[in-house]
Design a protein around this ligand. Structure first.
Ligand SMILES: Cc1ncc(C[n+]2csc(CCOP(=O)(O)OP(=O)(O)O)c2C)c(N)n1
Ligand SMILES: [Mg+2]
Length: 356
């Protein structure tokens, strides 16, 4: 039995999908703005990481921005999102501010996790964003829990759980797939397949026939694939599986083909050893999601080159201002290390039930 979701709205056709045809010029520009904001934010972050302004690791999302932006653009106030440690793009896409995010990278008290989480632990439950997790695949059982809670509380939303191509092979991911299908949970699993897990290529880490998402069949679950460089296709496919999860309470896997331009983390000493400079350059030249979206909007006459420059300049300025904010912010009080260990106790709020 095959459970692949029937191919629809692929490539060229995707622009005509109702969810895309309904987009206003402002919404299309907003998507471009979000992608540029993420890129400019992370370019500043990696510069200052290299200047020793941050502790721990820094995993940048540059090259993958379209995925988080497309998903966030479809969230309806009742959907939830969770991801791994490559979490800055998702955070900005759901509406977190650059200042609180940059301050978190600097380890400052004004950061979104009060300077105690760093790059891998951006959180904003009030924006339905549940982080930011460093244990590979560990966010998938948590995403399953979000989906279970939605169903249990009769909330007609879906849980979006992102993971990488390497994380797919973790045991808890298999356990989660089984339970999601067995309990018919509204879980949308999005594999951001960027071809590598640290320095290991997909071919060397995963035993597959064609696609990682095909593993869904072993759990009697639907699956599909999407081109991460095509914003319209991403939105059409995501919308389809999100609606199915919300309305029919059915899980699925959507595998997105994407690519990261930098090393696994900025401290990745092997960054230049496991793939060629030509491979990276070819991807940037032919598949960059921001360039392609810009070209699409120019072609549709939604923007001019001057408007793109204006939006990009604003994103650069906002990112630079967030550096100044983070640098000037105070360090956390050492005593605060004991606070915020348990969300309900320390904050007195349980966002999830509040927002039902
Ligand atoms: C349980 C566990 N094992 C190993 C690691 C070390 N580790 C961190 S990221 C990573 C690779 C994951 O790659 P992928 O899932 O493809 O995500 P990407 O970094 O490409 O976004 C590994 C092995 C970890 N953090 N947790
Ligand atoms: Mg990967």
């Amino acid at each position: 039995m095959t459970t692949k979701i029937p191919p629809m709205h692929e490539g060229e056709q995707a622009a005509q999908a109702p969810i895309n045809a309904a987009l206003t010029p402002e919404q299309k520009i907003a998507a471009l703005r979000e992608m540029l904001r993420i890129r400019r934010f992370e370019q500043q972050a990696l510069n200052f990481y290299k200047q020793d302004k941050m502790g721990g690791f820094l995993h940048v999302y540059i090259g993958q921005e379209s995925v988080a932006v497309a998903a966030a653009s479809l969230m309806n106030g009742q959907d939830e999102m969770i991801t791994a440690y490559r979490d800055h793009g998702h955070a900005l896409a759901v509406g977190m501010g650059m200042e609180e995010c940059m301050a978190e990278l600097f380890g400052k008290a004004t950061g979104c996790s009060k300077g105690k989480g760093g790059s891998m632990h951006f959180f904003a439950p009030d924006k339905h964003y549940w982080g930011g997790h460093g244990i590979v695949g560990g966010q998938i059982p948590l995403g399953l829990g979000l989906a279970f809670a939605l169903k249990y509380k009769n909330i007609p939303g879906c849980a979006l759980a992102f993971l990488g191509d390497g994380a797919v092979n973790q045991g808890p991911v298999s356990e989660s797939l089984n339970l999601a299908s067995l309990f018919n949970l509204p879980l949308v699993i999005i594999i951001e397949n960027n071809g590598y897990s640290m320095g290991t290529s997909l071919e060397r880490s995963s035993s597959i026939k064609n696609y990682l998402a095909e593993r869904a069949e072993g759990y009697n679950m639907a699956w599909d694939t999407a081109n991460g460089s095509n914003f319209y296709e991403l939105r059409a496919k995501l919308h389809h599986v999100m609606e199915r999860a919300r309305k029919e309470s059915k899980p699925c896997i959507l595998e997105v083909a994407t690519y990261r331009y930098y090393g696994h983390s900025i401290a990745d000493a092997n960054a230049k050893k496991y793939r060629t400079a030509e491979e990276i350059e070819a991807y940037k030249a032919n598949h960059d999601p921001i360039t392609l979206w810009q070209e699409q909007l120019l072609q549709e006459k939604v923007v001019t080159e001057a408007v793109i420059t204006e939006i990009d300049d604003a994103a650069k300025q906002e990112a630079a201002a967030s550096i100044a904010f983070a640098d000037a912010s105070p360090w956390p009080d050492p005593e605060s290390i004991f606070e915020d260990v348990y969300s309900q106790i320390d904050q007195g709020t349980h966002f999830f039930s509040d927002q039902a």
